[in-house]
Write a protein that binds this ligand. Structure first.
Ligand code: BGP
Length: 470
């Protein structure tokens, strides 16, 4: 649809940027913080670990000042459960509370809306040792942790996100590292974990509404659209299979509180259906998100399954992210989209399509909580970082957000990944996303100095003009 009247970004649009605790903070064992699964899992020894990361824990005031200079209206970050309740349950750690209090107060002082994710991949290791999400006790632990955060920070945080990319955790468990021993959980275990996370999430959303009636809370799922490789009907079914099993099934449970039909058939057919306790169906119905957050990076193109092992392939050569499933779908190439140097599809129009579909399905406002391009940005001898490719990528995606707004989709805001360079889980600092460069190598910490990239000045102008100067 080509509109004759341009549709400006609404006043109050949340121009933001994102990070997560384990990728930005460092200080992995300081001030009472305990280890999370991320700290204990196996990762490549060739890339940076998470112990120092971008040292945001020690530099958060300096970083927020940079975010204020950038003009951010919102900052989406995550809270490390292991800092707040190091034992997973029970005692609250005052030093951890003080850190987030400092961060949140500084954001509010600069008029930057804090958007807090309760849990971004970093389950306390002590809970993992007791079975992690497979253990129903983790549900109660998560609800207690959320209650603690709502009572500690509910006065100054109005936007909350429950679990980051639950679909990534379940569908690609190796994406956040492998447990000691290197064997990921079985599919049966993962779907049981998924069920428990959904129960926890539903209770936390209901709790948020009871404790903080003015606050808003929602899930954050990696959401995308799938194209059939050809106009072959079987390809269309395969694309729909995967769009449903990879994305909608997670959001349907979060928003409607019930299992998606196709998803449930898939689970029962393959012996993967979770055990449901009495009362679970009623608990799932308690969850009523105020908005849906989406992390959008790329689309995928799908062909009909051939029903054998050749359906499975590694995404862009990354053995931790396997695509394809016999009898469900296989990944195909799309000649109409670009690719990053890491093989991730670049498809700005796909963002508009995804926004339309998400709104049509849920009728809830949408917050874009991640979108961005990873690249090995280089600090030049003159002290600059010329990330013009990032500007192109973000500009094209923002244009599509504007078109989605014209389509009638209530997009609340745009928080690209990432506000500042963070550790990429698989590629360390060789793959950066930030508007602010962090001067460190994979293992050489250098001086961790903050340097504004070219994209910093560009995004500053975008925000200052409320999206009119792109
Ligand atoms: C998302 C995660 C983020 C971030 C991002 C980029 O799935 O929510 O935490 O890691 O992907 O991924 P990567 O660093 O692997 O390129």
């Amino acid at each position: 649809m080509i509109y004759q009247q341009p549709s400006p970004f609404p006043a109050g649009f949340l121009w933001g940027a994102s990070t997560s605790a384990y990728q930005v903070e460092g200080a992995w064992n300081e001030d009472g913080k305990s280890a999370s699964v991320i700290d204990m899992y196996q990762h490549s020894a060739d890339t940076a670990d998470f112990t120092v990361a971008s040292d945001h824990y020690h530099r958060c005031i300096e970083d927020v000042r940079l975010f204020a200079e950038l003009g951010l209206k919102a900052y989406r970050f995550s809270i490390a459960w292991t800092r707040i309740i190091p034992g997973g349950t029970g005692e609250v750690n005052p030093a951890g509370v003080a850190f987030y209090r400092r961060l949140i107060d500084e954001l509010n002082r600069h008029g930057i809306e804090p958007i807090a994710t309760l849990y971004h991949f970093d389950l306390p290791w002590c809970l993992q040792q007791q079975g992690g999400w497979e253990n129903r006790a983790t549900i109660d632990a998560f609800v207690d942790y959320a209650r603690t955060l709502f009572s500690l920070f509910g006065d100054s945080v109005r936007h909350w996100l429950t679990i980051n990319e639950q679909n990534t955790l379940i569908l690609h468990p190796g994406a956040v590292g492998l447990p000691p021993g290197g064997v990921p959980p079985t599919a049966k275990s993962l779907w049981q974990q998924n069920h428990h996370m959904m129960l926890a999430q539903a209770q936390v959303m209901a709790l948020c509404h009871r404790m903080l009636p003015a606050a808003k809370i929602g899930p954050a799922i990696n959401t995308t659209s799938m194209y059939p490789e050809h106009c072959k009907p079987e390809d269309a079914i395969a694309a729909h299979n995967w769009e449903t099993l990879r994305g909608w099934s997670f959001l349907d449970l979060a928003v409607h509180g019930r299992y998606n039909m196709l998803h449930w058939r898939y689970l029962t057919d393959r012996g993967l259906a979770p055990d449901m306790a009495e009362g679970d169906a009623a608990i799932l119905l308690q969850g009523k998100p105020d908005y849906v957050a989406i992390n959008y990076y790329s689309t995928a193109t799908i062909a009909a399954s051939r029903g054998d092992a050749s359906d499975v392939s590694a995404r862009a050569g990354d053995q931790q992210i396997m695509l394809g499933e016999p009898g469900v779908y296989r990944a195909a190439e799309n000649p109409f989209v670009g690719k990053t140097r890491y093989g991730w599809v670049v498809d700005p129009v796909g963002l508009r399509l995804t926004l339309r579909k998400t709104y049509e399905r849920y009728h809830l406002p949408i917050l874009i909580t991640e979108n961005g391009i990873g690249a090995p940005d280089e600090l030049q001898a003159d002290g600059t970082i010329a990330d013009d490719y990032r500007i192109d990528f973000l500009r094209q995606h923002i244009q599509q957000v504007q078109l989605a707004l014209a389509d009638g989709v209530p997009v609340m805001g745009y928080c690209p990944w990432s506000a500042i360079d963070v550790v990429s889980t698989h590629q360390g600092y060789g793959k950066r996303y930030g508007f602010v460069y962090v001067n460190r190598g994979e293992h050489d910490l250098k001086d961790l100095r903050r340097i504004r990239k070219q994209s910093f000045g560009w995004y500053q102008r975008v925000i200052a003009s409320n999206g009119q100067t792109l």
